[in-house]
Structure formats: structure tokens, C-alpha cells
Design a protein around this ligand. Structure first.
Ligand code: KG4
Ligand code: ZN
Length: 347
């Protein structure tokens, strides 16, 4: 970590997908408030996020959400030392709402503003929640849009070791939930349905698990589940639970095997698992069990810091501000941008 002093009060704004979130973080690591406004009711009828509806709802709620985070922290905007905002990757329309609001606030109160890479935010969640987590470590990012392994070291750009070649693991949870007639978002519905299922009922493939390298692939697993669902129709509660449990086991086994092999091969004895899928209880328990057998410490942020939130953005942004990064009102939103390439993600 840089020696420069961390700013006292940073407001974080996150709106890259279907959560409008704002948070205040003190000294770059203490979460003083965190407000998340979800849009489940908006998107549920469509079984997934509708980008146009997401950005419209963000525009409706952004100022209330930011105000509520400031109020909960007992601060006025004048007392802030900086603003951190997710600048990408994500849905462009959604990102632009948070970004425009953050710029307006920065301009009005003459505050420095930094753009944060969404995945740098997810990784910062582990760093603030787990003071024992020290760089270098292996970062496994598992969310609705990403499945990737990074080597995170001090004073170096994050190094991508592997990533998905097709679907993200969270996307696979969401698509399989739809196939099973379970409500959106799929991750929590699948893990709940799996509680009463037998994970050995279906022998689903674990694509790429035993291949060299650290890339992932989830589309073949999703197709295998689709075929099994068709063959099992009409689906009753028992087979739905078995299909959910067997899918969840395959999807999470791949992550455990690949992450621990990457840690061993790269000589890293600490692993941080972040992003929405890090909330999955089977992933948490299996990763912890196998990691400790391998002498590797696995860290997971608390559940509220796994799924999208703005505390992670404020924490990542505070660090950038301390390093002298400041992006000004010309800061642009990027729908796709690799973690290592984003100028604001540079360490
Ligand atoms: O990080 P996140 O909130 O948003 C993105 O950046 O994508 O991740 C959302 C993803 C969704 O695909 C959701 O189904 C998944 O995380 N998710 C879960 C669980 N909770 C959320 N997946 C598996 N098990 C869960 N308990
Ligand atoms: Zn996310």
C-alpha cells in the first residue's frame, strides 16, 4: 500500500448494473454507511436485467440513495474529501447515471473525483473486510459478468491468470434458474432450491476443470443442464432440487479446483473470492475446506460486500486518491475495460 495518507471521507457511487448504491468510507477502510437500492421488482417479470429500465430507475433514485448514505454517515457533502465512482465495466446507460451524478456533486462542492474499475471495487471489498489479507494474493472474481483469476501484488497492475471464454459463472446460475422456473436473480434461488437436493443425482460436466491453464467455460455446463431439464419434464419439486444441487456442485467445483491450482502454481498462499457468486454457501464451504487442506487461506467478504455495493468503490477510490489519481469532469464510462488496462485501475 502507498504511504500517502488516505482521504478521511470518501463517498462511493456504484450503478454499473441493477443496483444503485452509495456509501461513505472513512480512512479508506471503515464503512460508515452503505445504501443499496435494488431493482428486483423492475426486472423480475423479464427474468433478467433490462438495461433501459435499469438506467431509468437509477436516474429516479440516484440522488435519494446518495443523500441517504450521507445522512446515515452524519455528513454533509462539504465535509467529503473525495468522490469515487464506478466508471466501468458495466451497462453504459447505468454507468452514466452514477458518473453524471458524481461529476455534478464534485463540481458543485469542488471535490476530487476518481473513476473506479468495478472489479477493483470487488477486490477492495475483501481487502477492507479482511485486514489479514495481504498482497500478493490470488483474486477470484465471480459475478454476473465476470469469472477471472488475478494475481494482485503491491505496486503492480493486476495480472490476469485466466478468465471465462464464454458465460460468467453468475450468468450460468441466472440462466439455469430460468430453465428450472426459479425466480431471478438465479444465484440465491438455485442455492436455496439446492438445499433439499442431491448433488450426485446428475453427473454434470466440469468443463476445463482438468485442462492446463486457468481459463473457465460455463456454456457447456448450461447446455448439459438444459438437456437434462428437457429429459426430466415435467419438472417436480424433487427433480428441480436435484438439478439445482447438481448444477451448483459442478459450477462451484470448477472454481475450487482452478483457483487452488492457480494459487499453488503461482506460489500464493492467500486467496480472496469476491463478487456476487462469492455469496454462494457451497462455494464458501468447499473452497475453505480444500484451501485449508492445501495450506492456503481463503478469504470471503461478508455477504453484503459480495454483491454490488458502493462501499467497495469508495474503498478502492480512497486508495487511488491517496496515490494522487484524480480524473476530473472529463472522466468517461466504459462498458468493457480489462482490469489491468483501465487507467484508473493502475496501481
Ligand atoms: O457482483 P454482482 O452483484 O453483480 C455483478 O457485478 O455482476 O453479482 C451478481 C451475480 C448474479 O449472477 C447472481 O445470480 C449471483 O451473483 N449470485 C449468486 C448468489 N448470490 C448472487 N450466485 C450463486 N449463489 C449465490 N448465493
Ligand atoms: Zn459486481
Amino acid at each position: 500500500m502507498s504511504d500517502a495518507a488516505l482521504p478521511k471521507w470518501v463517498l462511493g457511487i456504484e450503478s454499473s448494473c441493477d443496483e444503485m448504491a452509495a456509501a461513505v468510507v472513512e480512512d479508506g477502510l471503515r464503512v460508515r454507511s452503505s445504501t443499496v437500492h435494488g431493482q428486483l421488482d423492475v426486472h423480475r417479470p423479464y427474468g433478467g436485467v433490462v438495461p433501459e429500465l435499469a438506467s431509468r430507475d437509477h436516474a429516479r433514485t440516484v440522488s435519494q440513495v446518495a443523500e441517504s448514505a450521507l445522512r446515515a454517515a452524519g455528513l454533509t457533502p462539504e465535509e467529503l474529501d473525495g468522490i469515487a465512482v464506478t466508471a466501468g465495466p458495466g451497462l453504459l446507460g447505468s454507468l452514466l447515471v452514477g458518473l453524471s451524478f458524481a461529476k455534478a456533486l464534485a463540481w458543485r462542492f469542488d471535490l476530487p473525483i476518481v473513476g473506479v474499475h468495478h472489479l477493483a471495487g470487488h477486490l477492495a471489498a475483501a481487502e477492507i473486510a479482511e485486514p489479514e489479507l495481504r498482497r500478493p494474493y490470488l483474486g477470484l472474481v465471480v459475478s454476473g459478468g465476470h469469472t477471472a483469476l488475478y494475481r494482485i501484488a503491491e505496486d503492480e497492475a493486476p495480472q490476469v491468470l485466466g478468465e471465462t471464454r464464454d458465460d460468467a459463472v453468475g450468468e450460468a446460475f441466472d440462466k439455469v434458474a430460468k430453465l428450472l422456473g426459479l425466480p431471478y436473480p438465479g444465484g440465491p434461488s438455485i442455492s436455496e432450491a439446492a438445499l433439499t437436493g442431491d448433488e450426485a443425482a446428475y453427473a454434470f460436466p466440469r468443463p476445463m476443470q482438468d485442462r492446463p491453464g486457468f481459463d473457465f467455460s460455463y456454456s457447456g455446463l448450461k447446455t448439459a443442464v438444459a438437456l437434462a431439464v428437457d429429459a426430466a419434464k415435467p419438472i417436480d419439486a424433487r427433480s428441480r432440487a436435484d438439478l439445482a444441487a447438481s448444477f451448483q456442485a459442478a459450477a462451484t467445483d470448477i472454481l475450487v479446483t482452478k483457483a487452488l491450482r492457480a494459487a499453488r502454481e503461482h506460489g500464493l498462499d492467500q486467496l480472496a473470492v469476491v463478487g456476487g457468486v462469492a455469496a454462494n454457501s457451497r462455494l464458501r464451504s468447499e473452497m475453505e475446506r480444500h484451501a485449508s487442506a492445501d495450506g492456503i487461506r481463503a478469504f470471503f467478504p461478508p455477504l453484503e460486500l459480495c454483491t454490488d455495493n458502493a462501499a467497495m468503490v469508495a474503498a478502492a477510490g480512497a486508495k487511488l486518491l491517496a496515490e494522487g489519481e484524480c480524473h476530473g469532469l472529463e472522466l468517461a464510462a466504459f462498458s468493457r475495460v480489462p482490469l489491468a488496462d483501465a487507467p484508473w485501475a493502475r496501481r
